[in-house]
Design a protein around this ligand. Structure first.
Ligand SMILES: Cc1cc2nc3c(=O)[nH]c(=O)nc-3n(C[C@H](O)[C@H](O)[C@H](O)COP(=O)(O)OP(=O)(O)OC[C@H]3O[C@@H](n4cnc5c(N)ncnc54)[C@H](O)[C@@H]3O)c2cc1C
Length: 413
């Protein structure tokens, strides 16, 4: 019999890992306290943002951050009740913005993106999910030449990494691609081969179905305790104790609660994101739009549209502030004057974020049968198939195709 593996978390990371481990011959059980795509993987923007290779901690960001943080409904905010708690994470975020670390993180992000793009194609084939992944482009929008010039470094960086981009330098050129935008957007950058899924919840459910049809188990249980005991792992849950040969922790923004039990206090925080999903007919959107100066996007989800983004460093327990969703929708209405903004459903999700924008992918220090796969921040959907292949390599003792050093679990310990 093959290895028995337990995966904690039925988000896009846990389900992708489970499918890949099963494909390589393991007998896999996924445990989640709620079910498939119950948290961040449910309501995200559905983008495979392989072009987003730049970490959030860019050189000079700490000069801009105070201005953003002063606006409680701006693109980046810290609720006063969480300000002290987030301080150690912010310090590490600041360190991650130093030029050498920023450059190293960009290289690591880029390597994982290249792998993830290729791995997504393989995952689509394995799961027969080609119809759910579309390539219809993305346009990043700028207000005025100064804002566009300020983006030049990021644009060049992406070009240097071989990403195909087209610059648009007039409202007319933008309107040829997306009619109906406010003329305040004077410049744009088009990424023609940008991919997205039709709906991130349905995509995760689709992969989960492929996994269970092939014999995988998904069970509902809250994990209370994890431990490595000799050559086995032991997982205590609300539904009893389970043992296996190996364990994968893919519990999203809650993963650090589990890793602490193995002695690993990791600086995982959550960037809470907000959106509103509008019904069919809200606007004739041609592609994913990113409003660079405002920290939000508009994209197609199913027959409707999703307007969302923002990053609120507010932890896991404060109540959501849906004024944020309202503000983003009001802005979207200003930017797309023909947008019908009625009938929307609001949502808040917990991005699992490390200070250097890189996920944690690797073997738990001192617990060789426990693998970590979490902390993907804004890019969990994008990097899910690549992460799954790396976890597969680690579980089966194969040499990973990229250097895993930048994602190692002990880099902040
Ligand atoms: C507004 C917004 C927009 C986004 N847009 C994009 C995008 O366009 N593209 C992109 O790539 N990413 C995007 N993201 C980020 C992406 O959604 C996340 O990175 C990704 O979903 C994380 O997946 P995950 O499987 O690690 O975590 P989750 O989906 O949160 O799954 C973790 C699971 O673990 C379970 N769990 C936790 N603790 C326990 C426990 N003790 N016992 C049992 N189960 C437990 C939870 O119930 C949950 O189901 C966005 C996020 C937000 C909030």
């Amino acid at each position: 019999m093959g290895q028995q593996i337990i995966v904690i978390g039925a988000g896009i990371i846990g389900i992708s890992c489970a499918l890949e481990l099963q494909r390589r011959g393991a007998s896999v059980t996924v445990l989640d306290r709620t079910g498939v795509a119950a948290e961040a993987s449910q309501g995200n923007a559905g983008a495979f943002a392989f072009a987003d290779i730049e970490p959030l901690a860019t050189p000079g960001i700490m000069r801009k951050a105070p201005r953003w943080l002063l606006d409680p409904l701006g693109p980046l905010s810290v609720p006063p009740a969480y300000a002290l708690k987030i301080a150690p994470w912010m310090l590490r975020f600041w360190r991650a913005s130093w030029s050498d670390r920023y450059k190293a993180a960009t290289r690591a992000q880029s390597a994982l993106m290249d792998l993830s793009r290729a791995a997504l194609t393989r995952q689509m084939q394995v799961s027969q999910g080609q119809d759910m992944i579309l390539t219809d482009g993305q346009m990043q929008l700028y207000e005025g030449a100064a804002q566009f010039r300020a983006a030049a470094r990021g644009i060049q960086l992406r070009r240097d990494h071989g990403i195909d981009l087209q610059e648009l330098t007039s409202p007319g050129a933008i309107a040829e691609i997306q009619p109906g935008l406010s003329p305040q957007f004077t410049h744009g950058v088009l990424t023609p081969d940008w991919q997205r899924c039709t709906d991130p919840k349905l995509w995760t459910e689709h992969l989960a179905r492929a996994f269970t049809v092939a014999g995988g188990q998904i069970a509902q249980a809250e994990i209370i305790q994890i431990a490595q005991t000799g050559a086995r792992v032991r997982v205590s849950t609300t539904q009893g104790v389970q043992e296996a040969d190996r364990l994968v922790v893919a519990a999203g923004a809650w993963s650090h609660h589990l890793t602490r039990q193995l002695g690993h206090k990791l600086p995982l925080e959550t960037e809470r994101g907000y959106n509103t999903t509008l019904p069919a007919g809200a606007f004739d959107l041609t592609m994913h739009l990113t409003f660079a100066g405002h920290g939000f996007v508009i994209t197609k989800i199913g027959e409707g549209l999703r307007v969302g983004g923002a990053a609120e460093l507010g932890g896991l327990t404060l109540p959501p502030n849906f004024r944020r969703s309202d503000i983003l929708l009001q802005k979207a209405q200003r930017f797309l004057p023909g947008l019908k903004s009625e009938g929307g459903v609001q949502w808040m999700g917990f991005r699992p974020s490390m200070p250097d924008s890189l996920p944690v992918i690797g073997t738990a220090p001192g617990a060789p049968n426990v693998l970590y796969a979490f902390g993907h921040g804004h890019l969990g959907l994008t990097q899910s198939a690549g992460t799954a292949e790396l976890i597969g390599d680690l579980a089966f003792g194969d040499r990973p195709v990229i250097d895993l050093h930048p994602y190692r679990p002990d880099r902040f310990l």
